[in-house]
Structure formats: C-alpha cells, structure tokens
Design a protein around this ligand. Structure first.
Ligand SMILES: [Zn+2]
Length: 462
C-alpha cells in the first residue's frame, strides 16, 4: 500500500493523508492550511489526487485544520462516505459553515484588489451550499467499534481526549491475506483536561503517524490553573475592572466555563456576571450539551448532583450585536469571553478597543497566539496597538495562563506511544514545526523506535 501526505508534513496544518492499495482508495482527514499567507494560499491549489477516485474519508476531529477542505473535496467530485463520531459531525458542520462565511468575505475583498489590478476574480473555495452537500455524506460511527470502510480496509476510532468527539484511528489493511495496522493519531489531548474523557491507549500498530505540535514542550500542571484564574478575577474585581478573555469557540470556551462554574459554586469569587460573547462559542456549547456520551466521570457526577457547568448564576450568553455593544457601557466588574481566540476578528476586537486603554481592566490569554496576530502583539507587551482603524494605548494588565492546551506535551505523546506492544515498525512524525519535530524524533528513538519526518507529497510504501 501507499500512503501519500497532502498536508501537515513538516507543518502543523492541512492534515490530509491518502491511503491506496491495489483495490481501495481512502483519505484520512482533509484539513485547511492555516497560518502565513503562503500557507493559506495552498488551500486554493487543486488537490494532488482525483477526489472521485476515493470511496471513503475517515475524519479524526472537527478542527478546521483537519476538516476544513472537506466541502472543497466534495465540490471537486468526492462522493464517498465520511466516517466520524457524532460529536465531530455536529462540530464540523458549525466549523465548515463558519469557514464558508469567512471565505466569502475574504474572497470579496481579494476580488476588489484583483479588479483594481486588472486580474480575473477568484472563486470562493466553497460556499455554504457545498458544506450542506458534504454533510449528506457523513456517516456517524461509535468509538471502539470496528467498522468496514471498504472491501479490504477496516477502522476503529478511539477517544483522543483532544476536543469533543476527537479520535485517533486504527486502520487495518488486508493485502494478500495479511493485515497491516496503521494508527493515525489526529491530535492527541492533554491528560486530565476537564469535560471530555481522557485519551485512550491501545497496543496494536505496525506503523503510527503521530502529531508533534508540542513535541518540544512541557505544559505547566492543569491543577494550577484554577488558582491562577481565581487570583486574576479577584485582582480585577478589586480594581473594579473587567476581565477580557479571547477564547477559541471549541473546547477552550467550555473549559473556561467549567472552571469558572466551580469557582462560582464554591463561592470562591465575588458575584459577577460572566458573558459568553461569541455566537460560534454559544453554538458549540449547545453541541457540548447534546453529547454527554463524550463526558468524563467528573462532569457526569456534577450533572447528576444538579450542577450544570454551562449554566450558573451570573452566566449570560449574548446572542445579538446589540447585547454585545451594551457590554462596553457596563460600569461594574465582569468577565467577557469572546472570539476570536487570537484577536484577529470577531467581537473581542471591539472589547479590546473599549477596554484595553483602562488600567483597571485585565486581558487574559488562555491560548496560543500565532506570530503576527493582534493577540501576539498584546501578549508580547506592546504599549500601543492599532485595531479597527484607530490606535489604542495598552494600559490594562496583561495576564496569561499557559496550562490551557488541547494538545499533549511531549511527555504525554511519548506515554501514548509507549503503550503500543509489540513495538511498531516505524513512527512517522507529523503535524509539527521542524524545530519541535527534530527533538521529538530523538526522544522517540530513545524508546528504541525508528522514526521518519516525511516531506509534503512524499509517498510512503508499506
Ligand atoms: Zn485539533
């Protein structure tokens, strides 16, 4: 069989694998490239394969860099089945629709520029209609159940503990009566993160394709973060200020609510309102409410006792722009959770404009800020920023809690690998920047395993 890598090779995003045997052709993930302009431009390239030749796609999880090009794939002729968990299907629907909207807006802007240069207009990557067409191909599967993908390929999805519904996938390929087992890690979560179940461990794999986002890092312990959050809320309340938190709509917003709920229920923080001011975050929280099958024991016990972390005194979901604007005029202390996570768009930009010049307020980062984003500059300590056509002085307190991460650090990844027995023949290192992949590959080799860091479009014969 041949496995060809059409993304996430020596880079973090654009996950897309092609698995071809003499009889079958399937894909694993079809994600979007994100990051620099050069990388984002890759999304407009034609696929390096014929989408109509493939009979199935296995989707690890709903993050954009894993599902974001699925509607483009369907638009280009893919007619196979898309297998994933039920929660992944619901989240992917929201994420792909949002992506179609953003893409429409971006292409309109780009086409104005092209028109001025006398260049032909660009077509949107896909539309909301293409998303709906893709949704018709989704087939929901259950964790831990072997499914037949095609004549000679089967697959089992296991909980990856990364985001709601996330999976790593064990694929069995039968050739000449012999089965070869390949595991695709998707993204691997941090142990003991709230809400979702922990990462599962399995034994059987001849080959493993593993992510390496944090292949060179160790996270601070999760247990410390509630105390940090409590201190930040207290200090800001004592200054009669507001806490602004830019947060990703999937998982991070819900984890924050989970932690704040505990502080509220135990009366550890003053009585203040908490506003979830992100339409997408609200939609995603609704999906979380619908999928208790993905919950860990702790949240299930909490719910049984009558305590719902997505609904507590003072928690308000702001649906309309009007409600959002009202928050700027509030005089009392409060917490505002708003998207986007790196401050590149969404309602958080308006809150920054109205609050960051005031030293009473706090801006709290709970997620990775990519180089070049507004969040990156604020977190770095810029004294003056430019946004929404104006310059604003940064006087608010800038805080950061580093232990919120949906990805395992290298110790977590190595621990997951150690459970495979007998030892896999080779570990392919994916989804990472080279500076993280190289030390990570050395650490894997110290376990007595062979590694390879493949190039984009490399074809691997197994
Ligand atoms: Zn992910």
């Amino acid at each position: 069989m041949q496995i060809k890598l059409f993304g996430a090779a020596k880079t973090v995003t654009g996950s897309c694998y092609s698995l071809v045997t003499g009889k079958d052709r399937i894909l694993i993930d079809c994600g979007m490239f994100q990051g620099s302009k050069k990388e984002a431009a890759l999304n407009y390239d034609k696929f390096g394969f014929n989408p109509w030749d493939y009979s199935a796609l296995l989707l690890t999880h709903a993050h954009l860099d894993h599902c974001g090009r699925i509607p483009k794939l369907v638009k280009a002729g893919f007619k196979g089945r898309i297998f994933c968990t039920s929660a992944t299907k619901d989240l992917a629907h929201i994420i792909m629709l949002d992506s179609a909207k953003i893409n429409k807006y971006d292409v309109e802007l780009e086409n104005k520029r092209r028109q001025r240069l006398g260049q032909p207009p660009r077509e949107p990557m896909y539309t909301e209609k293409d998303v709906e067409n893709a949704m018709n191909l989704f087939k929901v599967i259950e964790y831990n159940k072997l499914i037949k993908v095609s004549e000679n390929i089967n697959a089992t999805f296991y909980d990856a503990g990364h985001i709601l519904g996330s999976s790593f996938i064990q694929v069995g390929v039968i050739e000449k009566g012999k089965t070869t087992t390949i595991v695709f890690s998707g993204d691997i979560g941090q142990e003991n993160a709230p809400i979702i179940k922990n990462l599962e461990h399995i034994q059987k794999a001849d080959y493993v394709f593993i992510e390496s986002t944090y292949g060179d890092r160790i996270h601070p312990p999760i247990a410390e973060r509630k105390q940090e959050l409590l201190n930040i809320i207290h200090n800001t309340y004592n200054n009669n200020g507001k806490v602004l938190i830019p947060a990703f709509a999937v998982e991070r917003t819900q984890e924050l609510l989970y932690d704040i709920n505990e502080l509220v229920e135990k009366n550890l923080i003053p009585k203040i309102n908490v506003y979830v001011d992100t339409p997408m975050g609200i939609r995603v929280t609704e999906v979380f409410k619908r999928h208790p099958e993905c919950y860990d024991k702790k949240i299930l016990e909490l719910l049984k006792s009558g305590d719902n972390p997505f609904s507590f005194p003072g928690l308000k979901y702001t649906h309309t722009v009007k409600e959002s604007i009202k928050l700027n005029k509030l005089h009392e202390s409060c917490i505002i959770i708003a998207g986007s996570g790196m401050c590149t768009g969404g309602r958080i930009k308006h809150h920054i404009k109205h609050h960051i010049w005031n030293k009473r307020n706090t801006m709290l980062f709970v997620g990775y800020q990519a180089k070049g984003t507004l969040g990156y500059y604020i977190k770095r300590g810029e004294k003056r920023i430019r946004l929404l056509g104006t310059q604003v002085a940064v006087k608010a307190k800038i805080e950061s809690i580093e232990s919120f991460s949906a990805h395992a650090d290298y110790k977590g990844l190595l621990n997951w690998l150690k459970h495979f027995s007998p030892k896999p023949k080779k570990i392919f290192i994916m989804h990472g920047e080279e500076q993280a992949m190289i030390p990570f590959s050395k650490r894997i080799e110290e376990l007595g395993l062979k590694t390879r860091i493949p190039d984009i479009e490399e074809e691997i014969t197994l």
